[in-house]
Design a binder for this molecule. Sequence first.
Ligand code: C2E
Ligand code: CA
Ligand code: CA
Length: 530
Amino acid sequence: MIFVKKALNTIVGKLLLLAFIALSFTALVRTTYSAIVWGNNTRQISELNQRSLHRAEVLVDYAVNTMADLEYGGLGVCDAQAIKTIQRISFLRGSIKDIQVLDAHNGLLCAGAPMNEELDIAKFDFSDMYAAAEENIFFHDISRNNSGLLGIARHVSDDQTFLAVLNLDTLLFDVFPKELRDHARADLVMGGNVEVASQIPDVVPHVEQQNFKEFITASDRYPLEVRFTVDEAMLSSWNSELARLIGDVSLVIGLIMGWIILVLLVRPLTLREEMSLALKNGEFVPFMQPTFDIAGRKIVGCEVLMRWKKPDGEIVAPYQFIPAAEENGLIIPMTRAVMVAALSQLGDYMGRDKNFKMAFNIVPVDLVSDQFEADLCEIVKQAGVASRQVVLEITERQEFPDQDIAIARIKQLREMGFRVALDDTGVGHNGLSNVQQLGADIIKIDKIFIDRVGVDNAATTIVQMLVKLAQELGMRTVAEGIETEEQLRVLAECEVDEGQGYLVSKPVPHDEFIKLLMDSQQVATNKVAA
Ligand code: C2E
Ligand code: CA
Ligand code: CA
């Protein structure tokens, strides 16, 4: 989870999230818009399809009703009056071209129109009959290549049939909206396979390359259906003039939404989250500052001082993160990590130089915690280092959660061979009472006193007093923050045992520290030789 949050806190992560939200939103809006357009378009074409069939049915109804009227009006007699009636009907009703009276063998008895090639019923194939729902009504294929002609027969008796000749060629004319006209065809189909009338685009599209949507409405009264075949691509782009605008607008809205989500949801990592991630990534590393013999300046050990080495190489000083780590409890695992690293870096050397001491800063809560002793023993054992080479610096600045436990713990640790140093001595709230009570091996004299040594007599006196106190309690002294030769001289006079400060070196990474060690040994060897 923290990893995701961390990734989202980078510029690239934010941009990616923004792009993702904006594009997803745009895609959603576009898809919705396309679905709405498609739904509307298919509904419109479907309605058109149904209306076309309805018109065909109405025209057929006309013919069927007209033949019924004629039957009752005595058309079967085929006299001059009857023929005149037919001619009048054909003239008045546009779709009815003619009505013929046929005998039992479909021979022509009489007709309204003078016989012509087109309507020569002898050429019709009466074997193809399609029954209507209504009794005695049959549909015949008398079309000539989609001519629109349709024969509707009414069996009046065993000897007589009326045949209405309908022309439906205008039924589907211009049926589609302008935009679809070149990409769609319409057919009036009889009996499922006979094309009676068709509307075919001028430019026939390449059928293989396109997907088509079919709309079919079949009559439940007559053997007729109207089929539309429409290019799907055209059907979906028809009526979608707003697509571009909607796409642009939704992209802008998506970007705004994404930005709002980023601002509201992607909070920067808390310091604790950042630190716990850094701990996992091994970003808390040990720096080492030499402690040296005041009299001879020979390096005799080091204090391990933690640094936060950011991935970009930035080195963060402890005052910027140690207080937070103490508050959120991460100081304990961070201390363990730094101990393991420092001991593995200098473990070999410490194996050779048994007098070398490595000091670690331990916060009071850690010291009194249940795990402390076990963890410490395990780490030291794994490193193969003797416990007497390990110094635990306990600060005077903070109060112990439980003084009694602290005293008992220190006692126990010393019995196990570890050295305990009282850090920042003199600046804590307990004054000097801690020195005796806690029972440490080393007193570290704080830099605030060393800074004024040689300048301010009071500071020198305090140092002398602390040295005396230490000597009486059988403890050693280490002066912190020595920056000048003058300070070093005064401290030597005060009989301080060891020192630490920029005069010899700042805290440095272990490889640099090893160089300092080697130089220091060289100087010592030379002195002995001289
Ligand atoms: P500290 O334990 O009193 O460590 C000594 C500080 O004095 C270090 O500061 C060191 O760099 C600085 N110092 C030493 N000699 C000189 C000098 O000649 N001149 C000046 N100006 N400064 C000098 P640093 O490394 O910044 O550490 C500050 C504090 O952070 C430490 O004070 C210690 O309380 C804490 N700290 C550092 N590392 C750890 C750690 O691993 N664990 C814990 N719990 N605390 C740590
Ligand atoms: Ca210290
Ligand atoms: Ca200190």
